[in-house]
Design a protein around this ligand. Structure first.
Ligand SMILES: Cc1cc2nc3c(=O)[nH]c(=O)nc-3n(C[C@H](O)[C@H](O)[C@H](O)COP(=O)(O)OP(=O)(O)OC[C@H]3O[C@@H](n4cnc5c(N)ncnc54)[C@H](O)[C@@H]3O)c2cc1C
Length: 381
């Protein structure tokens, strides 16, 4: 299918990336799942080919290309497996905070290593006591001379174990009213005194993806590591969460397309009662329903990506895409597993892994309930 925003150069890029992933990712993905880790070496290989942070300016080592290239990278990584989501998070969720709000010195210090894959990044908003209600975070940072003294705990942080650089949402003014005006973003680097990692979390799915707890105990962060201005952290998060949610929608759509493809292959070859199961009316109706949801999702999503690339206000539509496409993927995972029969429940079949990996997309980057609240609010309710 031809996307709205893609030119010939994007398709040439996609072909080269696929070839790279066929050599460097597909053959190892199952092993990474079992070992519950993506080797750092894979990040460096991605970096050396220009597949990390492609939008970063050339003067910091990037390719300075349009966001269509990022869309392709995220789609192709999702087709390998949802456990690669941390790579898109690095390139298209964390790095944009630095390119948009970082000082020249910060950009020069961090971006080239992020582009090469030498540095892996994360963003830490969620805490044990605050997820959806971000304004209620309790991690604090108090300026003391040249350093911020950071105290608190974060959880569910993607790339948490591997991260060399973490953007941490914290309160620099605990008395601010409204509460969100007290939030700032600090960049914590590997080895900062008082920073440690907690447990690597044991997830239902996305086994190769590292998700961890982070602990800050009188952690001394140089004041030059403040990102943007004090008290503007919440605003920055609200702005950048749009692209994060759009990426989750893009991955969910790619996963749905992949699951249907796997299932179409299976139902044509598996026989029951003397004919392929694709010949039963129930199978055909299920497939027709899924194909319709996928086609409609793709049309809406491509238009939305196009609008996002034009810099339009996409908050309501991004919330719509995020909840609807992740919900589609969840339903499609269930239906596709059912059509695989008992084999669908066996790890040898990819649909089993997809079934485990899919539901979390309704939760992270803002739950689907929060997406519906945003839509309702923007409808004036
Ligand atoms: C695999 C994984 C990776 C993640 N990666 C990151 C990361 O890299 N960085 C990061 O900061 N966070 C990350 N998260 C955290 C994620 O963003 C949060 O889990 C999510 O925002 C929900 O917060 P919570 O888990 O505290 O749930 P809660 O906020 O406690 O919500 C529990 C339930 O209540 C519902 N609910 C809450 N408030 C409302 C409301 N106002 N109206 C209706 N329903 C409501 C929710 O929708 C949900 O169903 C990750 C989570 C997972 C599982």
């Amino acid at each position: 299918m031809q996307h709205l925003f893609l030119q010939e150069e994007h398709e040439i890029f996609r072909k080269a990336l696929r070839k790279f992933l066929e050599k460097e990712a597909y053959p190892y993905y199952q092993k990474w799942e079992e070992e519950r880790e993506i080797p750092r070496d894979f990040w460096r290989k991605m970096g050396s080919q220009g597949y990390l942070c492609p939008g970063v300016e050339e003067k910091y080592g990037g390719s300075e290309v349009d966001w269509g290239f990022s869309v392709i990278i995220n789609e192709e990584l999702e087709k390998v497996g949802s456990g690669l989501v941390g790579i898109g998070l690095h390139s298209d969720i964390v790095i944009p905070y630095i390119t948009s709000y970082g000082t020249e010195e910060q950009k020069q210090r961090w971006l080239p290593k992020c582009v090469s894959g030498e540095m892996i990044t994360a963003i830490a908003m969620t805490e044990p006591g605050a997820g959806s209600d971000l304004a209620s975070i309790e991690t604090t940072a108090k300026l003391d001379g040249d350093v911020y003294v950071l105290n608190g705990q974060k959880t569910f942080i993607t790339n948490g174990i591997h991260a060399d650089l973490i953007i941490v949402a914290c309160k620099t003014d605990v008395n601010a009213s409204p509460k969100h005006k007290g939030i700032s973003l600090l960049v914590v680097e590997r080895g900062t005194p008082g920073f440690s990692r907690g447990r690597k979390l044991n997830k239902v799915g996305m086994h190769c993806q590292d998700t961890a707890e982070l602990i800050f105990e009188d952690c001394l962060v140089p004041k030059e590591n403040l990102l943007g201005e004090e008290g503007k952290g919440f605003l920055y998060l609200m702005e950048k969460l749009q692209q994060e949610r759009l990426l989750v929608a893009i991955a969910a759509q790619a996963a749905s397309e992949k699951m249907l493809e796997l299932t179409l292959n299976y139902i044509k070859s598996r026989e029951a009662f003397g004919k392929p199961i694709s010949k039963f009316q129930n199978t055909q109706f299920k497939v027709a329903e899924m194909a319709t949801d996928i086609e409609m999702g793709r049309t809406f999503l491509d238009q939305l990506i196009h609008e996002h690339m034009q810099g339009e206000d996409v908050v309501t539509k991004v919330s719509m895409a995020k909840w609807k496409l992740t919900e589609n993927a969840r339903k499609i995972a269930t239906e596709c597993l059912q059509l695989h029969g008992g084999y669908g429940y066996m790890e040898e079949y990819e649909i089993a892994r997809r079934y485990r990996d899919t539901p979390v997309a309704s939760i992270y980057a803002g739950t689907n309930e929060i997406m519906k609240s945003i839509i309702a609010k923007n409808l004036g309710l």
